[in-house]
Design a protein. Sequence first.
Length: 715
Amino acid sequence: MTGSRGVGHLVCGRRAKWLVLGFWVVVLFLMAPFAQKLTDAQDNDAASWLPGSAESTQVLEISEDFRPEQIPAIVIYARESGLTAADRERIAEDVGELKQLSAHGIMGDQTRGPVFDRETDPRAAQVFVPITMDEKGWERIGPAVDSIREDVGGSTGGLAVHVTGPGGTSADFAEAFEGIDSTLLFAAMGVVIVMLLITYRSPTLLLVPLLAVICALFTAQALIYFLAEYGGLTVNGQSAGILTVLVFGAGTDYALLLVARYREELRRHEDRHEAMALALHRAGPAVIASGATVVLSMLVLLAAEMNSTRGLGPVAAIGVAVALLAMMTLFPALLVIFGRWIFWPVIPHHGAPDPTERGMWARMGRRIARRPRMTWAVTAVVLAICSLGLIQLRAEGISNADSFTDTPDSITGQEVSARYFPAGSGDPLVIVSNQAQAEQVGRAVAGTEGVVPQSLGLPPGAKPSFEGKVLFEATMTAPSDSEAAKQTVERVRDAVHAVPDADAKVGGGTAALLDMDKATTHDNVLIIPLVLVVVLLILCVLLRALIAPLLLIGTVILSFAAALGLSALAFRHVFDYAGESTDFPLFVFVFLVALGIDYNIFLTTRIREEAARQGTRPGVVTGLAATGAVITSAGLVLAGTFAALGTLPMVAFAEIGFAVALGVLLDTFIVRSVLVTSLFLDVGPKVWWPHRLAREDGGGEVREPDETRVSRSGG
């Protein structure tokens, strides 16, 4: 024990605490400026999301030899009763002005149009304005589209005017991501402040974990910036946003669990340094194991095909690792520096009674102990019923029109354009092939169902050939982000791949979506089992048992299925979302399993500690009583921080936030407190097999506070 206390004193000793504080002050001073640069280091272009081996990625790379990478913004003009002479005059004036635009990468000299929906009495016209997409393209696409919108003006006098196409949609996506870091930072901070006030009932204590978490976030952001800038790490808006949520959620959870144990020790020890050393010794292994579970689970994402998913792995792992380090060093040092008064007005005094024995969670544990087998059976059945909602899950991708929680201008324009022009116009297929077989490839494309035959042609500004290769485009009849368009891509690929020696490849926006779907399906099948294996191994090492980890893994899978089923029902019948992104199940699974298992770790390590002293069954009740309140608070904080994703105007983020928050609440209030508790009570000492504790522990008896015997097995 003396050695373990010594480890704690390395962090919170009378002198060590000041050294730890000084170290983190220097780290924060050095890192904060670089943390602010993380946004500039983000890479949100298509290649940063797509698998490197995907056919659409190869086409994207080859097409750069023919022309600068471009993304077209489409200006759509429409009047249902027909364009008037004044309308056509306005369109002509706008085209003249658009051809003069050159700011923000707008290639005004290559502006095409107007293209009318019909030769006589046209009702709509399209004007195509290309925007270059070099290394700065995604940073300026928003300002470029803003310039176009300002130039053409808005709808007036019955004439509908919208800027849509890939350029317009990308600009609206960019606007949705704009300020994501600050939005999530303040949303997560607000949730944490409210929950800490409720949990601690102390306006002073909440400042300590908040300071430590913010320090951890800035440090993690700076480290990730360096890796993105100099180490080749891919960071995009999605991973940067999730980083903020993870650091706040996980960091605050670790703080809550450490404070709970520190408060216990303060009642037993007069010296706060000794109390913190013991708290770190007793709660530290569980906190470290929980952090290691999350870090290793996130690193499993490195096996993913999707660049965006693979990039998220190191980003999330670094964030959680830094949060863990801050909460195991800076946070306890700050608590000891401030002293007991930081708990005001509920100060834990030396010698005060421990309130857990007669608390709500102790009563719940004794109640479950009466009939544990019936309790876990009923709970499992209810969760299984909830999981039936999975039949409502539509994780097949979300169209652009369904990706926003509101309806931006580009989506309105897309709907207007589809009424008058081929739905796929503006986002064509891009085909490359050997020059010698180009004519055969062109015939194969034109003869494919879903392609507009007369649309085949050379992209504006492109070279006709390059090093024996040719590139051309084709328009599809279906909207480019629809399932029908993806099927057209499959047919076109089959057709051109059948042309001998053509070495033909099909890319473009729809092909990229199709390749992303395929890669994500592969990742779902690969990553989910790998994460389960990692978590199982960590639990086996931590608990030195096999039965308990298998039971915990089973409860986590059941919890995940129930959360996904209930979420699918909510998305269909409450929020009226059209569907889910293909990576939705994977992200929810990784976050729920990696983070949700934390609560089982905190509970079962405490149960194991108590079982060695008083037997497994009374140890279960004591463990639940001791950890119930703090784990519940931690779950509420984590659920709240993920719910903060719902503040973003993006359906994919809102869905992930809702599902993870719901899953954490299920795990906190149902799985951990009822299902795991009743399973451990029913199985008894055998839960520790093959450890000797399974043989030496007789099980013990669960007693009421007045020593009245309640139950031994309750089976």
